[in-house]
Each structure stands twice: as C-alpha cells, then as structure tokens.
Design a protein around this ligand. Structure first.
Ligand SMILES: [Zn+2]
Length: 257
C-alpha cells in the first residue's frame, strides 16, 4: 500500500517531467471523469508544481487549478517515456498527461479531483492533515500537540496512523518505526512520553527519506514477519489487528515496551 515515501517519490518523478514542459495532451479515460471536461479545462495550462503532503499529491496548474490525488490501497502513478509500455493495463488509467517525451499516468484512482487552489485550503479533509513526516522541516511540536489532544487511551500505533496527527505514515512504517524506537505500539498514547513519541517519528522519517528519493525500501524488521525471530532479541514477532480499522500491527513483545 502506498505510504508517504511512495507519494513523495512519485511527486519527484512527475515534477521532473511535467513542470515547465509543454503539455501536449490530457486524457481522462475512466468513465467516472468522462463528463468532467478536464482536457478542455486544463488545455493550454502548464504545470507549475507537483508536491506531496503525507499520502496526498497536488499538481498545480497555471490559472488556479489544482489536481488532488490520493491512491488509497490500489492507485499508482506511472511515469514512462513516450511509446514505452505502461506497468498496468490501459483501461485502468484514470488520467494520462503527455509531453513530447513522457507520459504521466494515474492508474486505478480512487481519489482524483480537480479543484481551485482556495478549495484545497478549505477542504476539511485536507485542512485537518497533521504535519508531513517527510516535509523539508518536520514540525515536531505540531505533531506532539496533536497527539496530546487525541484520546489518551488510544493505542499509540493506531494514533500515529491517524493522518490528523501525523501525515504520511501507513501500516508498514508504523510497525517499523515503533520497532526501531523500541516503543510498544499497544501502549496507550497517554503513557507514551514525548521522547518516545519523537523517537518513533524520527525513526520513521529517517527510514522513509531514502525511498522517498530513490523508490527503494530497505528490508523489513517486523512488518509481516509474525512468528519469525526478532532481529534485535530473538523473541518471536507477533501480529494482531489494532484500532477501529483493525489494521495488523507487528511488534516484538521482547524488546518493545
Ligand atoms: Zn525483540
């Protein structure tokens, strides 16, 4: 599932081939957008910037129009040279932007919307997002403030998955960062110290920065490794559903406290 590092990496690749390049065509093959007239609305406009915030990607066009995308579990951004094969079938493309040299394709939606810049600022989902774990300067104070305003009985692993506390972390980096910082994801948030909460966020940031730049994730320590020995202490790693969405958390009961 795409997490913040994947989206930042996508933004980087898309930015490199679209910003300040002449856009030759924009197509929206998916039936959901057939009536939206995006090709007409975006005709002749250049791409000013492409940015990620958490798991959201924003492509800003000239003339105050912004394309907002969220990939959820299924979506994907592809960047290919013109004429090169795409990684997914053509009928799965929701958006195709072509320059003379490249095609940028958004596959499998599911959130793709064109909005004015002011609407992106007032959109409740977007305005509520916590600080981006991969922002150039991560706002640690804002993260701690949001965490302390959240329900103190909530499991810490569940709380840091909440994009209103911290934007960009998904299930994989949640498990890995809690492990690296040796913090038990089941501990109630109110019992996690500021130092521990910061250690987890810093571990996530450090681990996510390389793949955000180059797309390669390193070997996992506990994620999807239930029943295997912990690389730190040898205790068997456990996996169990956590939070309202029952996302599986993996952790080592031996060395995470
Ligand atoms: Zn261990």
């Amino acid at each position: 599932m795409p997490e913040g590092d994947t989206i930042h990496y996508a933004a980087r690749r898309v930015r490199a081939v679209l910003v300040d390049r002449e856009i030759r065509s924009i197509e929206t093959p998916h039936p959901r957008h057939r009536m939206d007239n995006w090709p007409e609305r975006l005709a002749g406009r250049g791409v000013r910037s492409v940015d990620a915030h958490g798991k959201h990607l924003f492509m800003r066009f000239e003339g105050d129009l912004t394309l907002h995308s969220h990939l959820r579990m299924t979506g994907k951004w592809g960047v290919t040279r013109r004429g090169e094969r795409w990684g997914r079938a053509r009928h799965r493309a929701w958006l195709v932007i072509a320059t003379d040299d490249h095609e940028v394709v958004e596959f499998d939606g599911p959130v793709l919307e064109l909005m004015t810049e002011s609407r992106t600022r007032f959109d409740l989902r977007l305005a509520a997002l916590g600080p981006d774990i991969l922002a150039e300067e991560f706002d640690e104070r804002d993260y701690l403030r949001r965490l302390r305003e959240d329900d103190p009985t909530r499991g810490f692993g569940d709380a840091i998955l909440d994009q209103r506390n911290l934007a960009g972390i998904g299930n994989l980096w949640k498990a890995e960062a809690c492990f690296t910082a040796a913090v038990d994801p089941w501990k109630k948030t109110g019992r996690v110290s500021d130092e521990e909460a910061l250690a987890v966020a810093r571990a996530a940031r450090t681990a996510m920065q390389p793949p955000a730049r180059n797309g390669f994730r390193v070997k996992r320590q506990v994620y999807e490794r239930g029943g295997l020995p912990c690389p730190r202490c040898g205790t068997l790693v456990k996996g169990r559903g956590q939070g309202d969405d029952n996302r599986t958390t993996w952790w080592c009961p031996g060395c995470q406290s």
